[in-house]
Write a protein that binds this ligand. Structure first.
Ligand SMILES: Nc1ncnc2c1ncn2[C@@H]1O[C@H](COP(=O)(O)OP(=O)(O)OP(=O)(O)O)[C@@H](O)[C@H]1O
Length: 219
């Protein structure tokens, strides 16, 4: 971990940057990828593109503190390393390309309440998915239910790995509307996408990853 300090109430990275509100990443790296440095302010979306195997998922997993890493990741100037892992992951939520399910019952993962029903309607999900066994759901249904699981946590940061890869265009637009609603509530999003039209629609900022490194300027 690089040395960090607090000056006049603001967190300062080893390179002297004052860390602002939202997600701040400095000198983040492991043996496969980085170093990475970027900020994602509240309510904005950073889209990361890159070829298969470039290191996009590795980057998201390091930010989520799920893979070993060096460097600084902070939320509102509070460093990941300074808080218990479960508190970080409650606020900085990783949505993997293939979400995990610890039981075959959807209702073991989320309650059947008004919030879930509202989010299901926004995602275009039929009511029956709550009672179907997970293994019988389509990939796109599982993706949208995993998004609902994540949104129910009201995360400060959503790390989304190809969340629409199994969805048709109309449903993709519904999911993007849910992402915009979360952003309107202050959630910062890091979105990995292979879809250039989605990148155009969603990005406040774009970065391209090649062989574990950002290439070109932010755009
Ligand atoms: N824990 C690990 N140990 C060793 N190698 C790893 C580990 N995790 C990922 N890798 C390797 O790092 C590289 C980047 O993987 P990553 O999953 O981040 O790619 P990606 O850009 O997300 O690709 P895709 O678009 O296909 O999902 C791959 O070659 C992968 O095998």
């Amino acid at each position: 971990m690089d040395p960090v300090s607090v000056i006049e109430g603001r967190s300062v990275s080893s390179s002297g940057d004052v860390l602002s509100r939202g997600l701040s990443v400095r000198a983040l790296r492991n043996a496969h990828a980085g170093p990475f440095a970027f900020d994602v302010p509240p309510g904005t979306c950073l889209v990361i593109t890159g070829t298969s195997g470039a290191g996009k998922s590795v980057l998201l997993r390091m930010v989520a503190d799920l893979d070993p890493h060096q460097g600084d990741v902070a939320l509102d100037g509070c460093f990941c390393s300074a808080m218990p892992a479960h508190r970080w992951r409650r606020q900085v939520v990783y949505l993997p390309a293939e979400p995990g399910w610890w039981s075959d019952s959807v209702l073991d993962h989320m309650p059947d309440d008004a919030l879930t029903r509202d989010l299901m309607a926004q995602a275009g999900l039929r009511a029956g998915v709550l009672n179907d066994p997970v293994h019988r759901l389509s990939t796109g249904e599982r993706q949208r239910l995993a998004l609902i699981r994540a949104l129910r946590l009201a995360p400060r940061v959503l790390l989304m790995d190809e969340p629409c890869s199994a969805l048709d265009e109309g449903t993709t637009l519904m999911v993007e509307a849910m992402m915009r609603a979360a952003m309107a509530g202050g959630t910062a999003i890091v979105l990995v996408s292979h879809d250039p039209t989605q990148a155009m629609r969603m990005a406040d900022l774009r970065r391209e990853l090649v062989h574990g490194h950002f290439v070109g300027a932010a755009s």
